[in-house]
Design a binder for this molecule. Structure first.
Ligand code: ATP
Length: 366
């Protein structure tokens, strides 16, 4: 069993920086969990506490059925893969893979069989007699992952392992890591600042901000049901659009007016909006839910008139940027759209896909 439990865990550096605040989280055995958040949010510190590379200031960390606060890293049965590979430059790939096992005094035959098994899984058999300087970034990263595999740990930790690779290789290695999880069938905890990496890899994602968990959920739930403005804005590319303003009754129907009184749109009555009436709210809508025409006749749309500032043609999509009250918004359109830059058009906002947030607390209004 290699479940991990953070029980009210905090990390305070130098008696002042509270890098991780009262973390409560259960990572299930064999689960692939991704910590994601912007720089400085505390994700690496959380991972390093699992590895035993940082002391725990408050609370308890459990691995399996043991509290491990005072257990040294070498006794935790955990392997960690770092961003900078951390390979020994004077050793060949084979020696790098074998090194940890030699230290553990495993028999030569066992070492050889584990190295060859890992090399086969990672398809690096033909690199085994090369030193790191004769390998590409992607190949070095495979060796670094191999070094973790040969140890047959209960838990794999990955700390931004793909950040040094170019975009194409990152996508390729992402798929490799996903396959690896299926093959090894062990608990993986993975840290990244890249929400696409998090969404594509994680069974569950832990979104962190300023040392605190914002939401723990499946990729799809984070996308569909963000709990607050931070998660809504962090997950999804291009990011969600936000309109700040007020909802009021106008001639028997509901109307949203932005807080500079520059634009407004009508909304149908429903229970969410009734809770919002006369309060400051933020309406969030993803670029893919702002259209240049009505796409489904059984849906209700809010209509916003605006001029197209510029457009980006991506082949599979077109991003159309528009501006209202000095704020820029983005709509993601089909590539065959006939709208052109500079024209003024009606945008159709799919009301069923709108998110409503309390502008004071940032929480989703239910
Ligand atoms: P990044 O993506 O930039 O690595 P992160 O989310 O992983 O960021 P952490 O490295 O966990 O963030 O750092 C969280 C906070 O703790 C930051 O404010 C950081 O400056 C602080 N911190 C991290 N390590 C130390 C340390 N050894 N001494 C003092 N403060 C630290």
């Amino acid at each position: 069993m290699a479940a991990i439990l953070f029980d009210n865990v905090s990390k305070i550096f130098n008696d002042k920086v509270k890098a991780v605040k009262n973390l409560n989280l259960e990572i299930k055995d064999k689960e692939f969990t991704v910590f994601v958040g912007p720089s400085g949010c505390g994700k690496s510190t959380s991972l390093r506490m699992i590895a035993g590379l940082e002391d725990i200031s408050e609370g308890n960390l459990h691995i399996g059925d043991k509290i491990v606060n005072n257990l040294p890293p070498k006794d935790r049965d955990i392997a960690i893969v770092f961003q900078n590979y951390a390979l020994y430059p004077h050793m060949t790939a084979y020696e790098n893979l074998a090194f940890g096992l030699k230290i553990k005094k495993l028999k030569k035959k066992e070492i050889h069989s584990r190295v060859m098994e890992a090399a086969q899984i990672l398809e690096i058999e033909d690199l085994l007699d090369r030193k790191p300087k004769a390998m590409s970034g992607g190949q070095r990263q495979r060796v670094a992952i191999g070094r973790a595999i040969v140890r047959k740990p209960k838990v794999f930790l990955f700390d931004e392992p793909l950040s040094n690779l170019d975009a194409k290789l990152r996508v390729q290695m992402r798929i490799e890591i996903s396959k690896l999880h299926q093959k090894l069938n062990t608990t993986i905890v993975y840290v990244t600042h890249d929400q696409i990496e998090a969404m594509t890899l994680g069974d569950r994602i832990v979104v962190m901000h300023k040392g605190e968990i914002q939401q723990v959920d499946t990729p799809m739930n984070l996308y569909k049901n963000p709990k607050n403005l931070f998660v809504a804005g962090f997950i999804g590319t291009p990011p969600m659009n936000f309109f700040e303003g007020k909802v009021s009754f106008n001639n028997g129907s509901l109307k949203f007016t932005d807080n500079t009184n520059t634009f407004s749109f009508n909304l149908p009555e429903n229970h969410i909006l009734k809770n919002c009436i006369d309060n400051e709210v933020v309406i969030g809508i993803r670029p893919e839910n702002i259209h240049d025409k009505i796409v489904k006749t059984n849906r209700e749309y809010a209509i916003l008139k605006s001029r197209i500032l510029f457009m980006e043609q991506l082949g599979h999509d077109v991003y159309a940027y528009f501006q209202l009250a000095e704020k820029q918004y983005i709509s993601r359109l089909k590539p065959e759209t006939d709208i052109i830059k500079g024209s003024e058009i009606d945008f159709y906002l799919d009301i069923s896909k709108m998110h409503f947030f309390d502008s004071v607390t940032g929480k989703t209004i239910k």
